[in-house]
Design a binder for this molecule. Structure first.
Ligand code: 5AD
Ligand code: SF4
Length: 481
């Protein structure tokens, strides 16, 4: 979501003449968009700020006319620690939360006025403009319709449809930093998606902290629409799938409690909905799940997985796990290992529990020692890695449809995403970027696959174009034409 937010900040700033700079050395402004979810992420902000301060001071030293870049911190660390942050980093010009970035132009005007006054004084204090409110007006209503990032990013894009969270898991800061749950109206989402598709986007990832709790206002379509009704996520996906040119839809992150029949059904009947789901379990112990306030048991989680696999047997599952939540015993941890073994993940993220200030779990007495957390994390990650490896291995020899979304590291190499979210490397001309192609998987690694283009044996909507001519000088290409 921070990637999406950063892109939207660029949209807000474009009319002011700002464009992306190559680095902080030649920038007029630097915005750090920050994450507060775990301590490690939050601490990085301060080390990065130290580096930026030096750049700012150096620029003033080199040229007294240059007051250096305006320094801003955005996002959830700013939201949670605004006052402390200004005290620790008095050289900051702007501190803003995730719900106020549509007001950046006003903040910049204030900060620039202050910077002009103080320009040339080494070590001058920053403007200290602060805006971490949860405003009544939704920021989305004030963001430009055009997405400047679409043309740049190419064929895939994030689209926030829901923000905030009312679930209050006892370990989590999100309800405090992102605010209450909010769903964007269906019409606004459709319009943003259509604009992205017009700009060349073919795959959209719908975002929300609790994306499957989505309940946005349904457009009131005259005689057929009923005012006051809402769309849930499955209905929204069905509407988005109608957009010509949009090939793929994904969504993240889901809460197991909000999986419903419509959404299971969508995984079975919506072709554009990709067979990949990130469904965080967090733990496999019912005792710990209750202490986390997750609202489901391990058996209920497994039932969700079974239902998904019934409608979409090949669905790739991903998850999040926290080890060493306060009070987690060896037996609780073993229950997590058992859940993982029974689900068999295609890919997953796992973290040591990180006490977050102000959350209920941080106040609990029986914190698990760091070495125990570390040791459990290693065991869990070894199991998850072996599952990921096995999932990738089973792709060998299979034909997969890819959306080629990035150039590779080497010249002549491209990277695409499989339906199951795997990165697949292959040889092909840059002119094929943005296209859907079919490949045969020739190699499987821990974190990616390698494949060869299949020409002529296209899938249902794969139209060979001039751009799909095989690249020149590509060894081995003749063999498969
Ligand atoms: N400690 C460790 N991991 C956390 N997460 C959220 N809060 C914490 C915390 N305090 C993890 C959860 C969540 C993911 C985004 O980050 O697994 O799903
Ligand atoms: Fe945090 Fe997700 Fe729990 Fe909400 S549902 S409190 S975002 S972990």
């Amino acid at each position: 979501m921070n990637v999406y937010d950063s892109a939207r900040m660029a949209d807000v700033l474009a009319p002011l003449g700002y464009a992306q700079a190559d680095g902080p050395e030649d920038a007029d402004m630097v915005i750090l968009n920050t994450c507060h979810i775990r301590e490690k992420a939050a601490e990085k902000v301060y080390s990065e700020l130290g580096r930026l301060r030096q750049i700012k001071e150096q620029r003033t030293e080199d040229n007294p006319e240059d007051s250096g870049p305006l320094l801003a911190v955005a996002g959830c660390v700013a939201q949670a620690e605004a006052a402390e942050m200004l005290a620790r980093a008095p050289f900051l010009d702007i501190v803003l939360g995730p719900q106020t970035y549509h007001r950046l132009p006003e903040m910049i005007a204030r900060a620039e006025r202050a910077a002009k006054k103080g320009a040339g004084t080494k070590g001058r204090k920053g403007a200290g403009v602060l805006d971490t409110e949860f405003p009544d007006e939704a920021k989305f209503d004030h963001l430009p319709r055009a997405r400047a990032d679409a043309a740049v990013a190419g064929c895939t894009a994030f689209l926030t449809i829901q923000e905030g969270c009312d679930k209050f898991c006892t370990f989590c800061v999100v309800p405090y930093t992102r605010g209450v749950e909010f769903s964007r109206p269906g019409q606004a989402v459709l319009e943003e998606c259509r604009a992205l598709v017009e700009a060349g986007v073919r795959e959209i990832t719908l975002l929300g902290q609790n994306v499957n709790a989505y309940h946005g206002a349904a457009p009131n379509e005259g005689a057929t629409g009923v005012a006051g009704t809402t769309w849930d996520l499955a209905e929204l996906i069905a509407q988005l799938a109608e957009i010509d040119g949009l090939e793929r839809v994904r969504y993240t992150t889901s809460h197991p409690r909000d999986m419903d029949l419509g959404l299971y059904a969508a995984h079975g009947n919506c072709e554009k909905l990709m067979p990949y789901l990130h469904l965080p379990a967090q733990s496999g112990s019912d005792r710990i799940l209750a202490a986390m306030n997750r609202g489901y048991t391990a058996a209920e989680y497994q039932a969700s997985v079974a239902q998904l696999r019934q409608v979409r047997p090949d669905i790739a599952l991903s998850g999040d796990f926290i080890v060493g939540f306060p009070g987690e015993s060896e037996a609780d941890f073993e229950a997590t290992m058992e859940l993982v073994a029974s689900v068999n993940y295609a890919q997953a993220y796992s973290f040591k529990y990180s006490p977050r200030p102000g959350t209920p779990a941080a106040m609990l007495e029986d914190q698990v020692p760091d070495d125990v957390r570390g040791e459990r994390l290693q065991r869990l990650q070894a199991l998850l890695d072996s599952q990921q490896q096995a999932f990738n291995q089973q792709m060998l020899g299979r034909r997969l449809r890819l959306l080629l979304d990035q150039p590779g590291r080497r010249p002549g190499q491209l990277v695409g995403r499989s339906p199951y979210m795997q990165a697949v490397h292959l040889d092909g001309p840059a002119s094929m970027l943005g296209q859907m192609v079919e490949v045969e998987i020739t190699d499987a690694h821990a974190n990616s696959l390698a494949g060869q283009l299949i020409f002529g044996a296209q899938g249902p909507d794969l139209q060979p174009t001039a751009a799909m001519a095989p690249p020149e000088n590509t060894i081995g290409m003749e063999r498969i034409i």
